[in-house]
Design a protein around this ligand. Sequence first.
Ligand SMILES: [Zn+2]
Ligand SMILES: [Zn+2]
Length: 128
Amino acid sequence: MIETKTTWKDSGYDCDHCGGQILERTDQETGQPAQVCYQCQMCGCQWELSGDILRVGNMNSCQRTVKDQESVELNPARLRLIFVAIGLVLIGLIYFGGLVAVRYLVPLAITVFVFRAVYLLGKERMWW
Ligand SMILES: [Zn+2]
Ligand SMILES: [Zn+2]
């Protein structure tokens, strides 16, 4: 017969979503290795021991925190892509047009880039 036993232990952490107590949850199934994760007592979020989120709770603050984390994770990759693209364009310009073209096009590119960044920032903050 397979039996599942769940034990709870205080992890010593406080939840940064709701301030609740985070417990260490151990699920022991007969014949299986124990599964350990963290679970918040108040909002019900679950995390792996490494800190990765396993299950998101129902509170607004939980979903907001997860969304924030996702956008933070996305940004460096997007930035790197932009830099690579700019680098490739510059290399192409130097190769085909020489440095004279670069001197005119760099300020133009910077202007476009700044406007684009402001536009995206404003959209994110819902200014327009
Ligand atoms: Zn919580
Ligand atoms: Zn939560």
